[in-house]
Design a protein around this ligand. Sequence first.
Ligand SMILES: *Cc1c(COP(=O)(O)O)cnc(C)c1O
Length: 421
Amino acid sequence: MHDPLPAHALHPDTLTIAHGYDPHEHMGAAKPPVFPSTTYMYRSAQHAKDVHRAYFDGVPLPDGMPPGYIYARLGHPNLSMVERRLAALDRAEDAAVFGSGMAAISAVALSQLRPGETLLHSRPIYGGTDGLFYSVLSGLGIRAFGFADGLDGAAIHAEAERAMQHGPIGLIHLETPANPTGSVCDIALAAGIADRIALSQGRRPLVSVDNTFLGPFLQSPLEHGADLCITSLTKYAGGHSDLLAGGVSGAAGPIDALKKLRTLLGSHPDPHVCVALLRSFETMHLRTERACANALKVADFLAKHPKVRSITFLGLADPDSPEGALMRRQFAGAGSTFAFRIHGGEAEAFRMLDRLRVLRMAVSLGGTETLICHPATTTHYIVPRDRREEVGVDDGTLRLSVGLEHPDDLIADLAQALDAV
Ligand SMILES: *Cc1c(COP(=O)(O)O)cnc(C)c1O
Protein backbone atom coordinates (compact mmCIF):
# COMPACT_ATOMS: atom_id res chain seq x y z
CA MET A 1 0.00 0.00 0.00
CA HIS A 2 1.22 3.51 -0.83
CA ASP A 3 0.77 6.25 1.77
CA PRO A 4 -2.31 8.43 1.17
CA LEU A 5 -1.66 11.66 -0.78
CA PRO A 6 -1.25 14.81 1.37
CA ALA A 7 -4.34 17.01 1.70
CA HIS A 8 -2.92 19.89 -0.35
CA ALA A 9 -2.58 17.58 -3.38
CA LEU A 10 -6.31 16.81 -3.43
CA HIS A 11 -9.53 18.67 -4.18
CA PRO A 12 -11.97 19.28 -1.32
CA ASP A 13 -14.50 16.94 -2.99
CA THR A 14 -11.99 14.13 -2.52
CA LEU A 15 -11.01 15.14 1.01
CA THR A 16 -14.64 15.00 2.22
CA ILE A 17 -14.85 11.31 1.37
CA ALA A 18 -11.89 9.76 3.14
CA HIS A 19 -9.42 12.25 4.56
CA GLY A 20 -8.59 11.86 8.25
CA TYR A 21 -9.44 8.17 8.50
CA ASP A 22 -7.02 5.34 7.67
CA PRO A 23 -8.77 1.93 7.41
CA HIS A 24 -5.44 0.12 7.89
CA GLU A 25 -5.18 1.48 11.43
CA HIS A 26 -8.61 -0.03 12.21
CA MET A 27 -8.61 -3.67 11.06
CA GLY A 28 -9.31 -2.63 7.47
CA ALA A 29 -12.79 -1.30 8.29
CA ALA A 30 -13.64 0.79 5.22
CA LYS A 31 -15.71 3.17 7.34
CA PRO A 32 -14.81 4.61 10.76
CA PRO A 33 -15.79 2.47 13.77
CA VAL A 34 -17.33 4.26 16.77
CA PHE A 35 -15.12 4.40 19.88
CA PRO A 36 -17.50 4.87 22.81
CA SER A 37 -14.83 4.21 25.45
CA THR A 38 -14.41 7.12 27.84
CA THR A 39 -10.99 6.03 29.09
CA TYR A 40 -7.82 4.60 27.53
CA MET A 41 -5.40 2.13 29.16
CA TYR A 42 -1.72 2.80 29.70
CA ARG A 43 0.88 0.20 28.77
CA SER A 44 2.90 0.76 31.98
CA ALA A 45 3.19 3.29 34.80
CA GLN A 46 6.07 4.99 32.95
CA HIS A 47 3.95 5.13 29.78
CA ALA A 48 1.18 6.84 31.81
CA LYS A 49 3.64 9.53 32.94
CA ASP A 50 5.03 9.96 29.40
CA VAL A 51 1.55 10.28 27.91
CA HIS A 52 0.58 13.01 30.37
CA ARG A 53 3.86 14.82 29.76
CA ALA A 54 3.15 14.68 26.02
CA TYR A 55 -0.38 16.06 26.51
CA PHE A 56 0.40 18.85 28.95
CA ASP A 57 3.98 19.84 28.02
CA GLY A 58 4.20 18.70 24.39
CA VAL A 59 7.21 16.43 25.08
CA PRO A 60 7.28 13.60 22.49
CA LEU A 61 7.15 10.02 23.76
CA PRO A 62 10.62 8.41 24.17
CA ASP A 63 9.71 5.59 21.76
CA GLY A 64 8.56 8.10 19.11
CA MET A 65 5.02 6.61 19.13
CA PRO A 66 1.99 8.92 18.94
CA PRO A 67 0.81 9.68 22.51
CA GLY A 68 -2.65 8.18 21.97
CA TYR A 69 -5.60 8.99 24.19
CA ILE A 70 -6.14 9.41 27.95
CA TYR A 71 -9.76 10.27 28.64
CA ALA A 72 -12.45 11.13 26.09
CA ARG A 73 -12.96 14.71 27.32
CA LEU A 74 -9.29 15.39 26.42
CA GLY A 75 -9.68 13.81 22.99
CA HIS A 76 -10.87 10.57 21.38
CA PRO A 77 -10.26 8.78 18.07
CA ASN A 78 -13.49 9.84 16.34
CA LEU A 79 -12.87 13.46 17.35
CA SER A 80 -9.36 13.34 15.80
CA MET A 81 -10.81 11.98 12.54
CA VAL A 82 -13.37 14.76 12.26
CA GLU A 83 -10.79 17.41 13.17
CA ARG A 84 -8.35 16.21 10.51
CA ARG A 85 -11.09 16.27 7.88
CA LEU A 86 -12.36 19.73 8.84
CA ALA A 87 -8.81 21.17 8.92
CA ALA A 88 -8.15 19.80 5.41
CA LEU A 89 -11.41 21.27 4.06
CA ASP A 90 -10.71 24.69 5.60
CA ARG A 91 -7.08 24.52 4.31
CA ALA A 92 -5.88 24.91 7.91
CA GLU A 93 -3.03 23.46 9.95
CA ASP A 94 -5.43 22.10 12.56
CA ALA A 95 -9.03 22.23 13.78
CA ALA A 96 -10.85 21.90 17.10
CA VAL A 97 -14.37 20.48 17.07
CA PHE A 98 -16.94 21.24 19.79
CA GLY A 99 -20.37 20.08 20.91
CA SER A 100 -22.09 23.01 19.15
CA GLY A 101 -21.36 26.15 17.16
CA MET A 102 -21.93 28.26 20.28
CA ALA A 103 -19.48 26.10 22.25
CA ALA A 104 -16.91 26.87 19.53
CA ILE A 105 -17.61 30.63 19.55
CA SER A 106 -17.59 30.74 23.38
CA ALA A 107 -14.24 28.96 23.49
CA VAL A 108 -12.74 31.37 20.94
CA ALA A 109 -13.97 34.36 22.99
CA LEU A 110 -12.76 32.93 26.31
CA SER A 111 -9.37 31.97 24.86
CA GLN A 112 -8.71 35.43 23.41
CA LEU A 113 -10.34 37.97 25.74
CA ARG A 114 -9.52 39.12 29.28
CA PRO A 115 -11.42 41.47 31.64
CA GLY A 116 -10.80 45.10 30.66
CA GLU A 117 -10.37 44.23 26.98
CA THR A 118 -12.76 44.96 24.15
CA LEU A 119 -14.17 43.05 21.23
CA LEU A 120 -14.85 44.43 17.76
CA HIS A 121 -17.52 42.68 15.67
CA SER A 122 -19.60 43.00 12.53
CA ARG A 123 -23.36 43.53 12.74
CA PRO A 124 -25.80 41.85 12.64
CA ILE A 125 -24.60 38.67 14.32
CA TYR A 126 -26.25 35.39 15.19
CA GLY A 127 -28.66 35.78 18.16
CA GLY A 128 -26.66 33.38 20.36
CA THR A 129 -23.40 35.21 19.61
CA ASP A 130 -25.12 38.49 20.41
CA GLY A 131 -26.23 37.04 23.77
CA LEU A 132 -22.70 35.80 24.48
CA PHE A 133 -21.15 39.18 23.67
CA TYR A 134 -23.72 41.44 25.35
CA SER A 135 -24.84 39.44 28.38
CA VAL A 136 -22.05 36.96 29.24
CA LEU A 137 -18.87 38.78 28.22
CA SER A 138 -20.14 42.17 29.42
CA GLY A 139 -20.54 40.58 32.87
CA LEU A 140 -16.86 39.61 32.74
CA GLY A 141 -15.81 43.20 32.04
CA ILE A 142 -15.37 42.75 28.29
CA ARG A 143 -17.13 45.37 26.18
CA ALA A 144 -18.27 44.69 22.62
CA PHE A 145 -18.30 47.24 19.78
CA GLY A 146 -20.15 46.54 16.53
CA PHE A 147 -19.89 48.04 13.04
CA ALA A 148 -22.70 47.68 10.50
CA ASP A 149 -20.88 48.05 7.16
CA GLY A 150 -18.21 45.38 6.74
CA LEU A 151 -17.04 46.93 3.46
CA ASP A 152 -16.33 50.41 4.85
CA GLY A 153 -12.73 50.46 6.13
CA ALA A 154 -13.01 54.00 7.53
CA ALA A 155 -16.13 53.13 9.56
CA ILE A 156 -14.56 49.92 10.91
CA HIS A 157 -11.42 51.80 11.85
CA ALA A 158 -13.46 54.52 13.60
CA GLU A 159 -15.27 51.85 15.66
CA ALA A 160 -11.88 50.27 16.49
CA GLU A 161 -10.64 53.65 17.74
CA ARG A 162 -13.75 53.98 19.91
CA ALA A 163 -13.21 50.46 21.33
CA MET A 164 -9.53 51.13 22.10
CA GLN A 165 -10.55 54.10 24.27
CA HIS A 166 -12.21 51.53 26.57
CA GLY A 167 -9.47 48.90 26.49
CA PRO A 168 -7.24 46.96 24.11
CA ILE A 169 -9.04 45.01 21.38
CA GLY A 170 -8.57 41.30 22.08
CA LEU A 171 -10.54 39.89 19.14
CA ILE A 172 -12.15 40.95 15.86
CA HIS A 173 -15.13 38.73 15.07
CA LEU A 174 -16.83 38.81 11.67
CA GLU A 175 -19.93 36.98 10.56
CA THR A 176 -20.07 36.94 6.78
CA PRO A 177 -22.56 36.51 5.29
CA ALA A 178 -24.47 37.52 8.41
CA ASN A 179 -27.46 35.85 9.97
CA PRO A 180 -30.18 36.67 9.00
CA THR A 181 -29.67 39.49 6.51
CA GLY A 182 -26.79 38.08 4.45
CA SER A 183 -24.78 41.31 4.77
CA VAL A 184 -21.08 40.77 4.04
CA CYS A 185 -17.64 41.73 5.37
CA ASP A 186 -14.39 42.06 3.47
CA ILE A 187 -12.13 39.69 5.43
CA ALA A 188 -8.86 41.01 3.97
CA LEU A 189 -9.91 44.56 4.91
CA ALA A 190 -10.53 43.48 8.53
CA ALA A 191 -7.17 41.66 8.65
CA GLY A 192 -5.50 44.91 7.52
CA ILE A 193 -7.31 46.79 10.30
CA ALA A 194 -6.00 44.20 12.81
CA ASP A 195 -2.47 45.15 11.64
CA ARG A 196 -3.22 48.85 12.18
CA ILE A 197 -4.66 48.10 15.64
CA ALA A 198 -1.41 46.27 16.48
CA LEU A 199 0.53 49.47 15.67
CA SER A 200 -1.62 51.43 18.18
CA GLN A 201 -1.89 48.95 21.04
CA GLY A 202 1.10 46.62 20.64
CA ARG A 203 -0.76 43.33 20.39
CA ARG A 204 -2.47 42.21 17.19
CA PRO A 205 -5.98 40.86 17.83
CA LEU A 206 -6.86 37.63 16.02
CA VAL A 207 -9.56 37.86 13.36
CA SER A 208 -12.23 35.15 13.63
CA VAL A 209 -14.82 34.59 10.92
CA ASP A 210 -18.12 32.77 11.42
CA ASN A 211 -18.38 30.88 8.12
CA THR A 212 -21.61 29.01 8.99
CA PHE A 213 -23.73 30.51 6.19
CA LEU A 214 -21.42 29.28 3.42
CA GLY A 215 -19.12 26.56 4.78
CA PRO A 216 -15.80 25.34 3.38
CA PHE A 217 -16.96 24.80 -0.22
CA LEU A 218 -18.06 28.39 -0.77
CA GLN A 219 -15.74 30.53 1.36
CA SER A 220 -12.23 29.94 2.77
CA PRO A 221 -11.75 32.75 5.33
CA LEU A 222 -8.18 31.68 6.22
CA GLU A 223 -7.07 32.28 2.63
CA HIS A 224 -8.29 35.88 2.90
CA GLY A 225 -6.38 36.70 6.09
CA ALA A 226 -8.62 35.39 8.90
CA ASP A 227 -6.82 33.66 11.79
CA LEU A 228 -9.71 31.46 12.89
CA CYS A 229 -12.53 30.04 10.78
CA ILE A 230 -15.57 29.13 12.90
CA THR A 231 -18.40 26.96 11.56
CA SER A 232 -21.58 25.73 13.18
CA LEU A 233 -21.37 22.18 11.86
CA THR A 234 -25.00 21.77 12.95
CA LYS A 235 -26.00 23.54 9.75
CA TYR A 236 -24.60 22.70 6.27
CA ALA A 237 -21.88 20.27 7.43
CA GLY A 238 -24.24 18.08 9.49
CA GLY A 239 -26.77 18.88 6.80
CA HIS A 240 -29.71 16.79 8.02
CA SER A 241 -30.89 18.77 11.07
CA ASP A 242 -30.07 15.84 13.35
CA LEU A 243 -26.83 16.73 15.15
CA LEU A 244 -25.20 19.65 17.00
CA ALA A 245 -21.50 20.45 16.54
CA GLY A 246 -19.15 23.35 15.85
CA GLY A 247 -15.61 23.69 14.55
CA VAL A 248 -12.72 26.15 14.58
CA SER A 249 -9.85 25.91 12.07
CA GLY A 250 -6.58 27.80 12.06
CA ALA A 251 -2.88 27.67 12.92
CA ALA A 252 -1.64 24.99 15.32
CA GLY A 253 -0.90 27.43 18.19
CA PRO A 254 -4.35 28.97 18.77
CA ILE A 255 -6.10 25.67 17.94
CA ASP A 256 -4.05 23.82 20.56
CA ALA A 257 -5.03 26.49 23.11
CA LEU A 258 -8.69 25.92 22.19
CA LYS A 259 -8.36 22.16 22.65
CA LYS A 260 -6.82 22.64 26.10
CA LEU A 261 -9.61 25.04 27.04
CA ARG A 262 -12.22 22.58 25.71
CA THR A 263 -10.85 19.95 28.11
CA LEU A 264 -11.69 22.28 31.01
CA LEU A 265 -15.02 23.49 29.64
CA GLY A 266 -16.06 19.94 28.72
CA SER A 267 -17.55 21.12 25.43
CA HIS A 268 -16.35 18.33 23.12
CA PRO A 269 -18.68 16.31 20.83
CA ASP A 270 -19.31 12.64 21.61
CA PRO A 271 -18.07 9.81 19.35
CA HIS A 272 -21.46 9.11 17.73
CA VAL A 273 -21.83 12.74 16.66
CA CYS A 274 -18.30 12.66 15.20
CA VAL A 275 -19.05 9.58 13.12
CA ALA A 276 -22.34 11.09 11.91
CA LEU A 277 -20.38 14.21 10.91
CA LEU A 278 -17.78 12.19 9.02
CA ARG A 279 -20.63 10.65 7.02
CA SER A 280 -22.30 14.01 6.42
CA PHE A 281 -19.04 15.55 5.14
CA GLU A 282 -19.02 12.95 2.37
CA THR A 283 -22.02 14.52 0.62
CA MET A 284 -21.51 18.13 1.62
CA HIS A 285 -20.25 19.27 -1.79
CA LEU A 286 -23.24 17.72 -3.56
CA ARG A 287 -25.73 19.14 -1.07
CA THR A 288 -24.11 22.57 -1.24
CA GLU A 289 -24.24 22.60 -5.04
CA ARG A 290 -27.91 21.60 -5.26
CA ALA A 291 -29.02 23.89 -2.45
CA CYS A 292 -27.29 26.85 -4.15
CA ALA A 293 -28.96 26.08 -7.49
CA ASN A 294 -32.39 25.78 -5.82
CA ALA A 295 -31.84 28.97 -3.82
CA LEU A 296 -31.07 30.95 -6.96
CA LYS A 297 -34.38 29.85 -8.53
CA VAL A 298 -36.40 30.58 -5.39
CA ALA A 299 -34.68 33.95 -4.88
CA ASP A 300 -35.33 34.89 -8.49
CA PHE A 301 -39.04 34.12 -8.04
CA LEU A 302 -39.25 36.15 -4.81
CA ALA A 303 -37.33 39.12 -6.23
CA LYS A 304 -39.96 39.52 -8.99
CA HIS A 305 -43.01 38.95 -6.75
CA PRO A 306 -45.19 42.05 -6.16
CA LYS A 307 -45.78 41.17 -2.47
CA VAL A 308 -42.01 41.10 -1.80
CA ARG A 309 -40.49 44.44 -0.88
CA SER A 310 -36.80 43.48 -0.93
CA ILE A 311 -34.48 40.52 -0.88
CA THR A 312 -30.88 40.24 0.27
CA PHE A 313 -29.27 37.37 -1.60
CA LEU A 314 -25.66 37.49 -2.71
CA GLY A 315 -26.57 35.55 -5.84
CA LEU A 316 -28.66 38.50 -7.04
CA ALA A 317 -26.13 41.21 -6.10
CA ASP A 318 -25.38 43.70 -8.89
CA PRO A 319 -21.93 42.69 -10.24
CA ASP A 320 -20.91 46.37 -10.27
CA SER A 321 -21.83 46.93 -6.60
CA PRO A 322 -19.29 46.60 -3.77
CA GLU A 323 -21.03 43.34 -2.74
CA GLY A 324 -20.73 42.04 -6.30
CA ALA A 325 -17.00 42.82 -6.37
CA LEU A 326 -16.47 41.13 -3.01
CA MET A 327 -18.50 38.15 -4.20
CA ARG A 328 -15.99 37.59 -7.01
CA ARG A 329 -12.98 37.94 -4.69
CA GLN A 330 -14.13 36.13 -1.57
CA PHE A 331 -16.96 33.70 -2.34
CA ALA A 332 -17.19 30.66 -4.57
CA GLY A 333 -21.00 30.76 -4.41
CA ALA A 334 -23.89 32.62 -2.82
CA GLY A 335 -25.12 29.89 -0.48
CA SER A 336 -28.76 29.03 0.07
CA THR A 337 -29.85 30.99 3.14
CA PHE A 338 -31.11 34.53 2.73
CA ALA A 339 -33.70 36.99 3.97
CA PHE A 340 -36.54 38.79 2.21
CA ARG A 341 -39.06 41.41 3.32
CA ILE A 342 -42.71 41.35 2.44
CA HIS A 343 -44.98 44.38 2.17
CA GLY A 344 -46.49 44.54 5.63
CA GLY A 345 -45.47 43.59 9.15
CA GLU A 346 -45.93 40.82 11.67
CA ALA A 347 -49.61 40.11 10.87
CA GLU A 348 -48.97 39.70 7.14
CA ALA A 349 -45.83 37.61 7.77
CA PHE A 350 -47.71 35.32 10.16
CA ARG A 351 -50.62 34.88 7.70
CA MET A 352 -48.19 33.87 4.99
CA LEU A 353 -46.22 31.47 7.22
CA ASP A 354 -49.38 29.73 8.43
CA ARG A 355 -50.38 28.88 4.83
CA LEU A 356 -47.17 27.09 3.88
CA ARG A 357 -47.51 23.35 3.18
CA VAL A 358 -44.15 22.27 1.75
CA LEU A 359 -41.74 24.68 3.44
CA ARG A 360 -41.34 23.93 7.12
CA MET A 361 -41.52 26.64 9.71
CA ALA A 362 -38.61 26.20 12.10
CA VAL A 363 -35.38 27.87 13.08
CA SER A 364 -31.99 26.56 11.92
CA LEU A 365 -30.67 26.23 8.39
CA GLY A 366 -28.53 24.11 6.14
CA GLY A 367 -30.60 20.92 6.32
CA THR A 368 -31.94 18.89 3.40
CA GLU A 369 -35.38 20.41 4.06
CA THR A 370 -36.34 24.01 3.31
CA LEU A 371 -36.88 26.00 6.49
CA ILE A 372 -38.44 29.40 6.97
CA CYS A 373 -38.75 31.59 10.07
CA HIS A 374 -39.66 35.09 11.23
CA PRO A 375 -36.37 36.30 12.82
CA ALA A 376 -37.83 39.22 14.82
CA THR A 377 -40.01 36.87 16.91
CA THR A 378 -37.77 33.76 16.91
CA THR A 379 -34.00 33.66 16.20
CA HIS A 380 -33.50 37.33 17.06
CA TYR A 381 -36.16 37.50 19.81
CA ILE A 382 -33.56 38.52 22.41
CA VAL A 383 -32.01 41.27 20.25
CA PRO A 384 -33.60 44.65 21.16
CA ARG A 385 -35.85 46.08 18.43
CA ASP A 386 -33.72 49.17 17.73
CA ARG A 387 -30.49 47.15 17.29
CA ARG A 388 -32.35 44.67 15.09
CA GLU A 389 -34.04 47.28 12.87
CA GLU A 390 -30.80 49.23 12.38
CA VAL A 391 -29.43 46.26 10.47
CA GLY A 392 -32.57 45.56 8.48
CA VAL A 393 -34.45 42.94 10.52
CA ASP A 394 -37.96 44.37 10.78
CA ASP A 395 -41.39 42.78 11.37
CA GLY A 396 -41.80 41.95 7.69
CA THR A 397 -38.47 40.12 7.40
CA LEU A 398 -38.42 36.37 6.77
CA ARG A 399 -35.40 34.08 6.64
CA LEU A 400 -35.33 31.19 4.24
CA SER A 401 -32.89 28.28 4.12
CA VAL A 402 -33.46 26.53 0.80
CA GLY A 403 -33.01 22.76 0.85
CA LEU A 404 -32.95 19.95 -1.67
CA GLU A 405 -36.63 19.59 -2.65
CA HIS A 406 -37.65 20.26 -6.26
CA PRO A 407 -37.52 24.05 -6.68
CA ASP A 408 -40.88 24.14 -8.51
CA ASP A 409 -42.62 22.69 -5.44
CA LEU A 410 -40.99 25.31 -3.23
CA ILE A 411 -41.94 28.14 -5.58
CA ALA A 412 -45.55 26.93 -5.90
CA ASP A 413 -45.87 26.77 -2.11
CA LEU A 414 -44.43 30.27 -1.66
CA ALA A 415 -46.72 31.60 -4.42
CA GLN A 416 -49.90 30.31 -2.76
CA ALA A 417 -48.76 31.50 0.69
CA LEU A 418 -47.88 35.00 -0.58
CA ASP A 419 -51.50 35.37 -1.76
CA ALA A 420 -52.34 35.78 1.95
CA VAL A 421 -50.17 38.90 2.29
C1 LIG B 1 -26.54 28.34 14.15
C2 LIG B 1 -25.48 29.34 14.13
C3 LIG B 1 -24.54 29.41 15.16
C4 LIG B 1 -24.60 28.53 16.41
O1 LIG B 1 -24.44 27.19 16.13
P1 LIG B 1 -25.05 26.02 17.09
O2 LIG B 1 -24.48 24.79 16.48
O3 LIG B 1 -26.54 26.13 17.01
O4 LIG B 1 -24.56 26.29 18.47
C5 LIG B 1 -23.53 30.35 15.07
N1 LIG B 1 -23.45 31.18 14.01
C6 LIG B 1 -24.34 31.15 13.01
C7 LIG B 1 -24.18 32.11 11.87
C8 LIG B 1 -25.39 30.24 13.03
O5 LIG B 1 -26.28 30.24 12.03
